[in-house]
Design a protein around this ligand. Structure first.
Ligand code: SF4
Length: 230
């Protein structure tokens, strides 16, 4: 199976009844500012080339962002911060992401998430995380030949990713590496994989100054070098 084939299967997934109901309800009721748009309202697949050497793992699609546009971090404030920083360090061809078809391409990088459907209050349950983890596992398996580094945005993504990496054959130490902004770990396994922690680019962090654009750029620059992206 190719990554494109996996994505085609993913967008039809209805395994989590609560999330299916929520994503579709949001797509139906919409936010007033987007009343004239047709929401995606389905699972949001990863974004970026199938031979990426750097992964970025977030949390889940935002109700009126990726759940509306159908592309990771596209059309919301979190994406504004992330794509601006990616552009600044040479990982994206444009500094902004508005909609599929806006011409944005990622350079050597694939953005994905442990949960592919928008959850109420941005909070998936542990059961939903585990159910969707099988998609992340398949995605990482397909990326494995080229994947050299992963930036994880936030503690939820970190907790979700570690067991998937362990199941995929990477040696995740015990006790498990702790999440923190700026932490770095090297995992042995099918390939050497460098793991980087970064606070999530949510408004909660960026509006309060807990996470600044410079902090995001710093982590991305280090990870880009680790991934061998020129
Ligand atoms: S969260 Fe994942 S597993 Fe659950 S319905 Fe969406 S795509 Fe399927």
């Amino acid at each position: 199976m190719t990554l494109a084939e996996m994505d085609a299967e993913l967008i039809d997934c209805r395994a989590c009844p609560r999330l299916v109901a929520w994503r579709e309800q949001v797509a139906e009721t919409k936010r007033a500012a987007f009343a004239g748009e047709t929401y995606w309202g389905r699972p949001v697949p990863g974004f970026g080339p199938a031979d990426a050497s750097l992964g970025i793992v977030g949390l889940a699609p935002a109700a009126h962002g990726a759940n509306r546009t159908g592309r990771m971090f596209t059309g919301d404030r979190s994406g504004d911060v992330l794509y601006r920083a990616m552009y600044d360090v040479g990982l994206a061809t444009k500094p902004e992401a508005h909609h599929i078809g806006d011409g944005l391409e990622l350079i050597g990088t694939r953005i994905t998430s442990p949960v592919h459907c928008a959850p109420p209050a941005n909070k998936p349950t542990p059961a939903e995380r585990d159910t969707c983890g099988r998609w992340l596992a398949r995605e990482l398996e397909l990326l494995r030949p080229t994947l050299r580094a992963i930036v994880v945005l936030g503690g939820f993504g970190w907790q979700a990713l570690l067991p998937v990496l362990a199941a995929a054959g990477w040696e995740v130490p015990r006790p498990r590496p702790k999440f923190g902004h700026g932490v770095q770990y090297v995992l042995d396994g099918p390939t050497e994989l460098r793991l980087f922690g970064c606070f999530h680019v949510s408004q909660q962090n960026t509006f309060t100054g807990r996470l600044t654009p410079a902090m995001v750029r710093e982590v991305l620059t280090t990870a880009k070098t680790a991934a061998g992206i020129p």
